[in-house]
Design a protein around this ligand. Structure first.
Ligand SMILES: Nc1nc2c(ncn2[C@@H]2O[C@H](COP(=O)(O)OP(=O)(O)OP(=O)(O)O)[C@@H](O)[C@H]2O)c(=O)[nH]1
Ligand SMILES: [Mg+2]
Length: 320
């Protein structure tokens, strides 16, 4: 095969023709940010949005093992529908600036599919500015779509604000808990409840499954009435138990989204959030440019001389 070109449009053509090296290069562009990332995002924008399943939960709860099992189910297709030709997994670690370890760990755990050319597995970690990931993840998802991949699984480590934000880039979000989770995650319960479309109690081979389920049920009883009530699925990911049922639960939620019109509503909400983040990022760049300019220095002098207050100065600089 000829050497890899740098032009995103050519790379995307290749990615569409199942060239995984080209796809990996495009993802690196997206991850790195900057002008090339924007060019890739623009190219990918108008393509079909693939269905995205988010898996989030505490470190070590079994997300990668579950993902490994899910890939097999996903490849068989949605219940009653044709097989899905290609699947991508995006493992996102918002807390770690280094992706090396994560890649290794996840690759090992997903070894069942590591060599399968129809399964694209990729880790993404924080690079550059804060909030970069929350822009890179939706761009990466659309890029997968543009490359013709039908289902994306996004694995996010952790249960904090940032993780929840990333998880909510998915159409269906599954929150993974383990027996005994209730005591350790009191603080994040409300946030998890807000984001969960499906709950998974993984490590169901361990004691405390019944208590964990009761905990979740109680939480759901207190939640907003009328809304979708997340199903609770028990799994033992290491034995592959319950994984098919998890996939069916995801499919039921997807049906609900499609039938109720919520899929469109949610995707539009996400686009609004995304536009807001792009605006913030653009504004930040603009401010960075302003503070090194002459007008800024002049404004500071005016502040020091008591001729302006900071609010007047800011309005002046922003042209407001
Ligand atoms: N007993 C038991 N162990 C499990 C189960 N599922 C996963 N594990 C083990 O739990 C450990 C963590 O599994 P991972 O799949 O890496 O969990 P993860 O949530 O992806 O972990 P991070 O990505 O590091 O947050 C591994 O040693 C798995 O073998 C299960 O159902 N039962
Ligand atoms: Mg993992």
């Amino acid at each position: 095969m000829s050497p890899l070109p740098a032009d995103p449009a050519v790379l995307l053509e290749r990615a569409r023709a199942d060239d995984r090296v080209a796809l990996a290069r495009l993802l690196s562009y997206v991850e790195r940010g900057g002008e090339t990332a924007t060019a890739v995002a623009r190219l990918a924008y108008r393509s079909d949005v693939p269905f995205t399943v988010g898996l989030t939960g505490a470190p070590g709860s079994g997300k990668s093992t579950l993902t490994d099992g899910l890939i097999t189910e996903v490849r068989d297709g949605w219940p009653g529908a044709a097989a899905i030709p290609q699947v991508a997994v995006l493992a996102v670690d918002p807390s770690s600036p280094f992706s090396g370890g994560a890649i290794l760990g996840d690759r090992v755990r997903m070894s069942q599919h590591a060599l399968d050319p129809t399964v694209f597995i990729r880790s993404m970690a924080t690079r550059g500015h804060l909030g970069g990931l929350s822009l890179a993840v939706p761009d990466a998802i659309r890029l997968f779509g543009a490359a013709g991949i039908g289902v994306i699984i996004v694995e996010t480590v952790g249960v904090g604000q940032m993780e929840v934000e990333i998880a909510s880039a998915a159409d269906t979000t599954a929150v993974v808990v383990t027996p005994g989770w209730g005591d350790s995650m009191q603080a994040s319960k409300a946030g998890l409840l807000e984001v969960a479309d499906v709950f998974v109690i993984n490590k169901a081979d361990r004691p405390g499954v019944r208590e964990a389920r009761r905990d979740l049920e109680q939480m759901l009883d207190l939640a907003r009435p009328g809304a979708w009530r997340p199903e609770i699925v028990d799994t033992t990911a290491t034995a592959g138990e319950g994984v098919a049922e998890l996939w069916r639960a995801v499919a039921r939620h997807r049906d609900h989204l499609v039938r109720s019109g919520q899929l469109v509503v949610r995707r539009t909400d996400r686009l609004a959030q995304e536009l807001r983040r792009v605006l913030l990022a653009r504004t930040e760049v603009r401010v960075d440019e302003l503070v090194v300019g002459e007008e800024f220095t002049t404004a500071v002098k005016a502040l020091a001389a008591g001729e302006l207050d900071p609010y007047q100065a800011a309005d002046g600089l922003l042209g407001g």
